[in-house]
Design a protein around this ligand. Structure first.
Ligand SMILES: [Zn+2]
Length: 167
């Protein structure tokens, strides 16, 4: 089976929901798409997985969803294409050293958290803030920017896991 990179598209579908979010500041909106689980709408926390459509989820939300398909939650539609845990890839994300969401957030000023992305591309350092396309490798789950993928045409994973793209 080919082990090509899956693409994480800009996820407009996530913000369709309630009409009230339409006028949200564009940047905050994009950042939010990268910070919340598509299924549970909770803040993303490791382990984070992605599906073939490039949507991001908390792994525990996916497991819960797979265990209890009887619940007809409207949210379940976001993951109706996921039939098994094998349909998702656990991501190896690189922390953004400039992000202090967990540490510095004692004032409850959530808006500040969203000014910086939690994760970055480990190759070129782009922040994963919704303004750049990011990709993940299905074989190892490493995540980096599309720019890195284009600039460095190596046949091994760009990050330290060094798995081959194709095997
Ligand atoms: Zn890798």
């Amino acid at each position: 089976m080919g082990c090509d990179g899956g693409t994480i598209p800009k996820r407009h579908e996530l913000v369709k929901g309630p009409k009230k979010v339409e006028k949200v500041d564009k940047n905050a909106e994009l950042v939010a798409q990268w910070n919340y689980c598509t299924l549970s709408q909770e803040i993303l926390r490791r382990p984070i997985v992605a599906c073939e459509l490039g949507r991001l989820y908390n792994k525990d939300a996916i497991i819960e969803f797979l265990l209890d398909k009887s619940s007809e939650k409207a949210l379940g539609k976001a993951a109706s294409h996921i039939k098994s845990i094998k349909n998702v890839t656990e991501l190896r994300l690189s922390d953004n050293p400039a992000w202090e969401g967990d540490k510095g957030n004692t004032k409850g000023d959530k808006h500040d958290d969203l000014q910086r992305a939690r994760f970055i591309c480990p190759v070129v350092g782009l922040e994963m803030n919704g303004r750049h396309r990011f990709c993940f490798l299905r074989c190892c789950g490493c995540v980096f920017s599309e720019r890195a993928l284009k600039e460095i045409k190596a046949e091994v994973c760009h990050t330290r896991c060094m798995k081959k793209y194709f095997n």
